[in-house]
Write a protein that binds this ligand. Structure first.
Ligand SMILES: Cc1cc2nc3c(=O)[nH]c(=O)nc-3n(C[C@H](O)[C@H](O)[C@H](O)COP(=O)(O)OP(=O)(O)OC[C@H]3O[C@@H](n4cnc5c(N)ncnc54)[C@H](O)[C@@H]3O)c2cc1C
Length: 417
């Protein structure tokens, strides 16, 4: 079969690409390996609970993305002011930690201020140095170093610093001093406000996106190989000849299917998600909690039922608990261990607290922004473009980005194909 544009993967990137190409009158086909399009942005029901593939929230103020979702895909959204916390030495400190020192003990505040004013301000060469130069070693030791080591599972000195400012708010001297003595009212950071579908979880967006291009999507299709010279993709069901190929499948997989080696710089952190239905409402009102404590198996957990009451029956609760490890070591996480630590930290209690547990192992969860990745990836993108191939999405282009970013990227890419 011949097609002008062949898209590999039916997650938000592949589906929005297909939609924007349809708008431009370009024929495209999406090949998706699973029986349902939507990728990691899909939601599903387990008994009476609605779970995402771990909480998926729309962190965007992009009017085009919000307009697409609300007015074209007809998904009503709640606009929600973030209530996130960091659990540091038994205290719940509002996020961002470094902007809310007021909630810490005087000793911790002293250590944080000392570290901040003693920091070297040289331009950071890696993520560890960025934390030192921006927050100081006090905040670093209390929250930033242990939390990020748990999430990324790699020496933070091997990670670049250029992706950080978008995700982690930095403070000036006035901000940090103010935060030591006064409760902050200003919302900080890229996710101070977020959006979430009123019903059905984030999968409502993915589902409507999938429906809008269902005439161009082929499900249950496994790709066997990609021949970049002949511009052919082989699947179990036959061959596809393309003029342009858009790959949104994880980059290491794409390289292997195309007979190429995967360099060491192209690495991911894996995440095991335990979605948990609770027989009673969760008693705290925050949306999610960062847990730097190295003895707890999870780095973060969130409360679906505080984000959207429709995720659990009235009077019940729903959580997502995220544990990170290198992809081949996800098997070590056990819910019994997660439960024990949730109890130890005081978040659940009683034998009957947990109604249901659903486990997901996501091998490629966070592409790691290693030093050298951007240079290698940009070269690869240029070489592939000369062969009619585009890389798109968080995993396709191996970038730490979110759903709204991949929609924006897809629109831009569709306009030049
Ligand atoms: C733990 C976690 C939490 C997250 N939280 C948020 C959040 O709160 N907000 C947010 O905006 N983003 C969040 N994200 C990121 C979000 O999941 C991604 O940005 C988004 O899913 C990217 O879409 P995608 O289409 O690029 O990839 P995916 O959603 O992974 O879609 C890729 C698709 O390709 C298919 N595929 C894979 N291999 C093949 C193959 N060989 N052949 C055919 N098809 C294949 C897959 O089945 C999948 O459907 C989170 C991610 C993780 C892991």
């Amino acid at each position: 079969m011949n097609v002008p544009v062949l898209i590999l993967g039916g997650g938000p990137a592949g589906l929005s690409m297909a939609l924007f190409l349809k708008d431009r009158g370009v024929n495209a086909v999406v090949l998706e390996k699973s029986g349902r399009a939507g990728g990691l942005a899909g939601s599903f029901r387990v008994g009476p609970y609605t779970f995402d593939h771990s909480g998926h929230l729309l962190h965007t103020n992009n009017p085009e993305v919000l307009d697409l979702i609300r007015n074209r895909l007809h998904v009503p959204l709640h606009r929600i002011d973030r209530r996130a916390v960091c659990l540091v030495d038994g205290r719940l400190v509002p996020f961002p930690y470094q902007q809310n020192l007021f909630f810490q003990t005087p000793e911790r505040v002293g250590e944080a201020l000392k570290g901040f004013f003693e920091r070297r301000k040289a331009a950071p060469k890696n993520f560890h140095d960025w934390i030192h130069a921006t927050c100081g070693d006090g905040v670093g030791r209390q929250f930033m170093y242990p939390y990020n080591s748990k999430l990324w599972n790699i020496d933070l000195r091997r990670m670049s610093a250029d992706w950080v400012p978008r995700f982690i708010p930095s403070s000036g001297a006035a901000d940090i001093l103010k935060s030591a003595f006064l409760k902050q009212k200003d919302p900080w950071g890229y996710n101070a406000v977020f959006y979430y579908p009123k019903r059905g979880g984030m999968g409502t967006v993915a589902g409507r996106l999938a429906a809008s291009v269902s005439d161009r999507t082929i499900l249950n299709t496994s790709i066997r190989s990609i021949d970049l010279n002949r511009r052919v993709v082989r699947t179990d069901a036959g061959e596809w000849r393309y003029e342009r190929l858009v790959s949104t499948i994880p980059l290491p997989q794409f390289l292997r299917l195309a007979g190429r080696a995967v360099p060491d710089v192209c690495r991911a952190t894996g995440v095991t998600v335990f979605n948990v239905g609770l027989r009673k409402s969760f008693y705290r009102d925050f949306h999610w909690c960062y847990v730097p404590d190295p003895t707890a198996p999870f780095y973060r957990f969130g409360v679906y039922s505080n984000i959207s009451p429709s995720s659990a029956p009235r009077g019940c609760g729903a959580l997502y608990v995220e544990c990170a490890a290198p992809p081949d070591r996800l098997g070590r996480f056990r819910f019994s261990d997660v439960r024990r630590h949730l109890e130890r930290l005081g978040f659940i209690s009683g034998k009957r607290a947990v109604d249901t547990v659903h486990r997901l192992d996501i091998r490629h969860a966070y592409p790691i922004p290693l030093i050298g990745l951007a240079r290698w990836r940009d070269g690869l993108i240029r070489r592939l473009q000369r062969r009619g191939v585009e890389l798109l999405g968080r995993f396709g282009a191996w970038r730490y980005v979110a759903i709204s970013d991949v929609i924006v990227e897809a629109k831009e890419m569709a306009s030049r194909l």
